[in-house]
Design a protein around this ligand. Structure first.
Ligand code: CP
Length: 326
């Protein structure tokens, strides 16, 4: 396992070995975190959550992940900051860097903002979602959830259904799932796919009925009104009728197929409530797994030596108990 990572800016930058290593580290954290323990890997480290765009799951799970690793966390909220007085993104980040934190976790509505900050600062930067570019920790937590529920990802058919054109989640998932050997297909109305869908390097269809019968995993995506300059389909009810995952469409799925959604859900649009809350849904497992994966990323970026030492101890304890290696 190679636990060190300078930044995490894009799932596209990660090698297959790095993805596997991060998922393996997250798995090693699973038992102690499920048992309510904390792990002293980030002691003395300060992580700043620099969120310029709203978030519930990502911001809070980075905060929980830092605390579970016994680090300190500071939360920056754009609406109460000096951005409102005209300070620039880079000045804001440089002033925060001057206070000597150990890592910035950045969410921004502009694609490429975390990459730009990584070039301007000496600090490690973790991308928590940038515009419609990437959301690498979401892709990692989705892969972790699929592995946990279905075993090996290699050979599984994953159908990503919804607003592909504006989705950073789709982009990160495509990078990660393809590297792990999944067969990926996307499905959306033509206006919610890139003009040349083949650039995504995956199969595509315009109607869910063509793809659902072969799916092991369906990942429904939110319709992102905030990233559409004009509505790309006639009405939400029309979208729900032809592309929403409802009870009737779910009947097309194989018995073991699972349903993911990154959240937040537009209930009654991309997912009916009985699907979101039904037996195939693993949406809340995704949220818990987000803490484990973000712990793995923060530990790999901020404290690779402490992480290596902890993994050796965890491995030794597992082997001494006669179990498998972490
Ligand atoms: N999945 C996700 O990024 O959710 P938040 O916007 O609530 O962080």
């Amino acid at each position: 396992m190679e636990p060190g990572l300078r930044h995490l800016l894009s799932a596209g930058d990660l090698s297959t070995a790095q993805i596997q290593s991060l998922l393996q580290i997250a798995r090693a954290f699973s038992k102690p975190i499920n048992d309510g323990e904390s792990i002293p890997i980030l002691q003395g480290k300060t992580i700043v959550n620099l969120f310029f765009e709203n978030s519930t799951r990502t911001r809070i799970s980075f905060e929980v992940a830092t605390r579970k690793l016994q680090g300190n966390v500071l939360n920056f909220a754009a609406s109460t900051s000096s951005l409102t007085k005209g300070e620039t993104l880079v000045d804001t980040a440089k002033n925060i860097e001057a206070m000597r934190p150990h890592c910035l976790v950045v969410r921004h509505s502009s694609a490429g903002s975390p990459n730009f900050l990584a070039k301007c600062l000496s600090l490690p930067v973790v991308n928590a979602g940038d515009g419609f570019h990437e959301h690498p920790t979401q892709g990692l937590l989705d892969a972790f959830t699929i592995q946990e529920k279905l075993g090996e990802i290699k050979g599984k058919r994953v159908v990503i259904l919804g607003d592909i054109a504006h989705s950073r989640v789709a982009r990160s998932n495509i990078h990660i799932l393809k590297k792990l050997g999944a067969s990926v297909a996307v499905c959306a109305p033509p206006t919610l796919l890139p003009p040349k869908p083949e650039v995504l390097g995956v199969d595509y269809a315009y109607r869910p009925e063509e793809l659902l019968p072969d799916a092991d995993v369906v990942m429904a995506l939110r319709i992102q009104m905030e990233r559409q300059e004009q509505r790309q389909f006639p009405s939400l009810s029309e979208y729900a009728k032809f592309w929403g995952l409802n009870k009737e469409r779910a009947k097309l799925l194989k018995p073991h197929a699972i349903i993911l959604h990154p959240g937040p859900i537009n209930r009654g649009v991309e997912l009916d409530a009985e699907i979101a809350d039904g037996p195939r849904s693993v949406i809340l497992d995704q949220v818990f797994n987000g803490v484990l994966v973000r712990m793995a990323v923060l530990a790999a970026v901020c404290a690779p030596e402490a992480l290596s030492a902890w993994l050796k101890t965890a491995n030794t304890a597992t082997v001494n108990k006669g179990g498998a290696h972490a």
